[in-house]
Design a protein around this ligand. Structure first.
Ligand code: DX5
Ligand code: ZN
Length: 218
């Protein structure tokens, strides 16, 4: 399988100039939008009104990562807005199966995320109901953290299960992705890579996206 998707995270972008910042990542496959509520994670970012505006001006599809409590209540709203994919955290959903079905019913790809310490095994039965599985490679909450190699066996296990199910589910990693760590994550079986500081911290975000894609495929 040769699918390699790069999703820059606008968490590392200049929030006052978001429209221009979106224009700098035209080479990407989607834009990753981190929604944080200061409860599920100790940080606060943005919510539905801003996501709606980003959707209106973004040339790229939106990959929304919800780091919020009570995902059952809020996630479908992001799908209704028109986000291409909506990812909730397994730890924050009371009824993940119901929620995944709801997201799909609203026309979005259904994603589920796991914190670094959350095992994947209890969730493998859910894979047929998902379009994307996100293995967090840092503790969610902040950009610019170091990639946790301890998550590599979980990525491998998830990739095996995805392959066994026909390879239809995207396997995303998020946190600490650089030209160096993306090689290990890709080797372990990830195919969709979120990168915040590695893209927006670069002088030329477009070149950084191309370099990340090349490193993942090497
Ligand atoms: C962290 C967020 C990430 C973050 C990644 O909780 O979910 O999407 O923006 O940033 P980097 O790539 O800098 O680790
Ligand atoms: Zn994220």
């Amino acid at each position: 399988m040769s699918r390699t998707c790069i999703h820059p995270s606008i968490l590392s972008a200049d929030f006052v100039n978001l429209e221009a910042e979106l224009g700098r990542i035209a080479a990407a496959d989607a834009v990753h939008v981190d929604v944080m509520d200061n409860h599920f994670v100790p940080n606060l970012t943005l919510g539905m009104p801003l996501v709606e505006r980003i959707l209106a001006v973004s040339p790229l599809p939106l990959d929304v990562h919800l780091m919020i409590e009570d995902a059952d209540r809020w996630a479908a709203g992001y799908a209704e807005l028109g986000c291409e994919s909506v990812t909730f955290h397994a730890e924050a959903a009371r009824a993940p199966l119901k929620l995944a079905r709801e997201l799909r019913a609203h026309g979005a790809r259904a994603g589920m995320a796991l914190r670094p310490a959350t095992p994947v095994e209890p969730y493998l039965d859910l894979l047929p109901e998902l379009d994307m599985l996100l293995v967090m490679t840092v503790e969610p909450g902040f950009g610019g953290q170091a990639f946790l190699d301890v998550t590599l066996p979980k990525i491998r296990r998830a990739a095996e299960a995805v392959r066994a199910g026909g390879g239809r589910v995207a396997l995303q990693v998020d946190g600490g992705i650089t030209q160096e760590t993306i090689v290990r994550a890709a080797e372990a079986g990830a195919d969709t890579f979120v990168a915040g500081s590695a893209v927006y911290g670069a002088e030329d975000p477009g070149a950084a996206i191309t370099a990340l894609r090349g490193a993942a495929r090497a």
